[in-house]
Design a protein. Structure first.
Length: 220
């Protein structure tokens, strides 16, 4: 028997716990995403990864497989990470479908959520995309000048029950990896359970399929 095996989320007691979903954008890659997964595995927590379709390949397939093995969730962050708010309906649908297709091809998963690149949205996008739109509180972690400590402090100062936390695992983003110890430990010490986006909605009893809604907090 493997005593190190992470318990199923169905076996975890969430009673009395505040809930938060840790999410990462702009992977997968072979340098930063595995380091993020190392941190998640170390603490026995999960996250949701909003992946860029064009970066999903046979090379990065093992990274996605590991995400799933750890109980994490894979979601859609478009095919090319372009501004989609100026695109036509057909262009928008192609961005979503191509990303969905490659994820399905590599790891047989159909994403349940979408995060718009640059959080740029339009009425056309809402009409063309069937997935719930997800935003999140952030630690400005796409800015190189923001230190690991500052990233963690910003998240821990702002976070509240039902939040989605938006971080990035793009290539070279070591400061976010370095911030994860403080972020995860701070959340756990403050009585939070870290869950996937799907689990957050499920446990809160909230239907994510709300028209023209960009989710940051499940309670709002």
């Amino acid at each position: 028997m493997n005593n190190n095996k992470k318990p199923s989320s169905d076996m975890i007691d969430y009673t009395g716990k505040k809930l938060v979903a840790l999410t990462f954008d702009d992977g997968p890659n072979l340098d930063i995403t595995p380091l993020v997964l190392d941190k998640l595995e170390e603490y026995g927590v999960v996250a949701t990864f909003f992946v860029i379709g064009k970066d999903v390949s046979e090379d990065t397939k093992p990274v996605l497989e590991r995400q799933l093995e750890l109980g994490c969730e894979i979601a859609n962050h478009s095919w090319s990470h372009s501004y989609m708010d100026k695109m036509t309906v057909d262009e928008i649908k192609e961005e979503i479908q191509k990303a969905d297709n490659i994820i399905k091809q590599m790891v047989n998963v159909a994403p349940k959520f979408f995060r718009p690149p640059y959080i740029a949205v339009s009425e056309t996008m809402y009409e063309a995309i069937d997935l719930p739109f997800v935003n999140g509180i952030n630690g400005l972690d796409w800015e190189a000048g923001v230190s690991a400590k500052e990233r963690a402090e910003k998240i821990l100062t702002e976070v509240k029950d039902g939040d989605i936390i938006l971080l990035h695992d793009f290539s070279g983003n070591q400061n976010t990896v370095d911030a994860l110890d403080d972020i995860i430990e701070g959340l756990l010490d403050d009585g939070y359970a870290l869950v996937t986006v799907s689990k957050l909605f499920e446990l809160k009893g909230v239907d994510p399929n709300v028209k023209n809604k960009l989710w940051t907090n499940i309670n709002q």
